[in-house]
Ligand binder design. Sequence first.
Ligand SMILES: [Zn+2]
Length: 186
Amino acid sequence: MVGRFGFSSAIAFDAQHLQPLATWAFLATLTEAVFIEGHRADDAIPHALGHSNRLGPHSGVYLITLSPTTSETQKIVNVTKYIWSHRDYRPWGTTLPVQCRECGTPQQWAGMKCSDNYTFECRYEFCGWDPVCQEFVKPRGTYVVEKPEGMQVIPNGKLPSSSWLRFCLPAKVIEADSEDLAMELD
Ligand SMILES: [Zn+2]
């Protein structure tokens, strides 16, 4: 859509049921920074996200921009994904499972950070216990979240337990006059 209509950039959200109320502080700050103060959108977004604590748990943000190529008909689409992370329940932007995969117990995960990876361990004291054998037959359930390659922490609005992250998706070359420019974000 960005290429079809010739927009220089566009913003998208990935919440399944987007609540506009959660976006207004971000959009108001971004609009002021871009249209009044004259900043580039990719420079203004980290600033705007730093003022948007309510948006992070609700939705990720995509910035879609076009870059020229040497071809008149082709352009490069750059997509930057911004996701919110929390040390205890959304490490590196990954939502933790509700239950332990080993014992099925609903979890309030207890995490440990080692280097760039988080390891969460089931808190149920009998995780792995076999009531027939009357002994532990499996190791305690764990869930490991590794830092995705290329993920950057945004300093704006960073708190001890949470922050926004930036991740650049692979660029795509599109035909600028093509009728089929709809993009699939993943
Ligand atoms: Zn368990």
